[in-house]
Design a protein around this ligand. Sequence first.
Ligand code: MSP
Length: 517
Amino acid sequence: MPPYYLTTPIYYVNDAPHVGTAYTTVNGDALARWHRLVGDDVTFLTGTDEHGAKIVEAAEAHGMSPQAWTDQTSARFIEAWERLDISNDDFIRTTEPRHYAVVQEFLQRIYDNGFIELGQYTGLYCVSCEDYYTPDQLVDGLCPVHGRAVIEMREDNYFFKLSAFEQPLLDYYDSHPDFVRPIPKRNEALGFIRGGLNDVSITRTSMKWGVPVPWDDGHVFYVWYDALINYLTAASYGSDPVRFDALWGAAHHLIGKDILKFHCVWWPAMCLAAGIAPPAEIFVHGYLLMEGQKLGKTLIQSGVVGEGDGARSLKITEVSPLALADEFGVDPLRYHLLRDISLGSDGDFSYEGIVARYNADLANNLGNLVSRVATVVHSKCGGVGPACDPDAALAGPVAEVLAAAGAAWDRWAPQDALEATWRLIGAANAELETTEPWKMDPGPEVESILGNALEVLRIVAILISPAMPSTSAEIWRRIGLGADLSAVRVPGHAAWGGYGGGGGVVKGDPLFPRRKS
Ligand code: MSP
């Protein structure tokens, strides 16, 4: 089984999980599940980024120590991802001893290789960004991202000689055309590099909440320099060379566009400086936007204003994925996040959007197909699923959809994979509407129609499993195949002809009751 190592960014614990961080995590999870389905040996990693001034500030605001605060907030991420059915194989916290060891070993290597030097830094620092700005980057004297005041920082710092990597990075990009995807994001990264790279300050003396610099104990590493290394820690860098080599050659980072510079410029340069290859691929997704949305009170978790007519517009970071999951169900939320926005582009998040997608695709299409097939199997075949016809006309669309969905997942396009799957659901519903098996007498003809519809449901259950794992298992159970799809692999098991019949088909409650609003 080829290894496939997939990572999400590790999230700051200054805040609770929100629908933006859930967007990345759900997309990562669906991709990880797809890769398991095709037989890859997947290691899917997520976690929390727990050092830095921003965390200390949040802890102080809550009257807690940084450690107590990060323990509490990190747990909220673990719980949220469990609730959203995220199948991560590991969860890394940057405050773990295993991470300290790797940060120190990796950066010591870069130091020994001559790419870290002592210098003095004076600059304008935004605590929320954990980043320095030049005066001309400020907007009205404030941080351009957060609109908050910047502080002047002056300290002795160690610097990473990023400037030495301008040409090596350009060469690396040149010889690895798929290193950063999609293409516009690759071009953005190349633009940064061609614009000239300055050395970066990578340690702080003004703060204690970080990983100590091994060769100078008055310093801790700057949070970004520690954070990026999480990907190595979880791949057993420095402790298990065989595992590390296998995973690192197959490392794929999924990130949002806000952290492109760190991942696509700094990180490959750090890897080169330490004498290891950069990761295999970085996929940069767009942003989930929410302009002027007013969500109902029930959708908003604690701490957010939302009283009746006075409800103010929310920011996306204020929308809780858990509240959305309570309202719509976990799978419909996952489906919305995967289906409505093209990964790689920006997209709008809206309450109406979720409802519309839910009613059109889940209630009217998939849910309807499942319930009408089960109903007719009960009325015409005594509740026992008939076998499919190996030569059925639906075999053609199935092969086409299977190829399209596979190609879409491979190019990080869950939206297209699901769109293709819904074409198949549409074709099966259309076939039933044309043949109207509910009007036929029991016999071979009705059995063949229903056997084929059950076969479509079997294949659909497989194809939706990365996006909607519980729904997939429930359809599998209802069509009489048990509840366990873990041994199912594509394309083999998804080829037409697998539904042998003879199993009990279960009539159940509607999978997705239609919603009014
Ligand atoms: N801790 C750093 C990442 C270190 S990775 C070595 C960080 N954390 S974060 O909590 O701010 O999370 C940033 C990531 O969350 C983005 O890159 C993106 O994946 C996700 N998103 C946050 N808001 C988002 C949207 N509104 N839309 C889509 N994704 C969003 O940066």
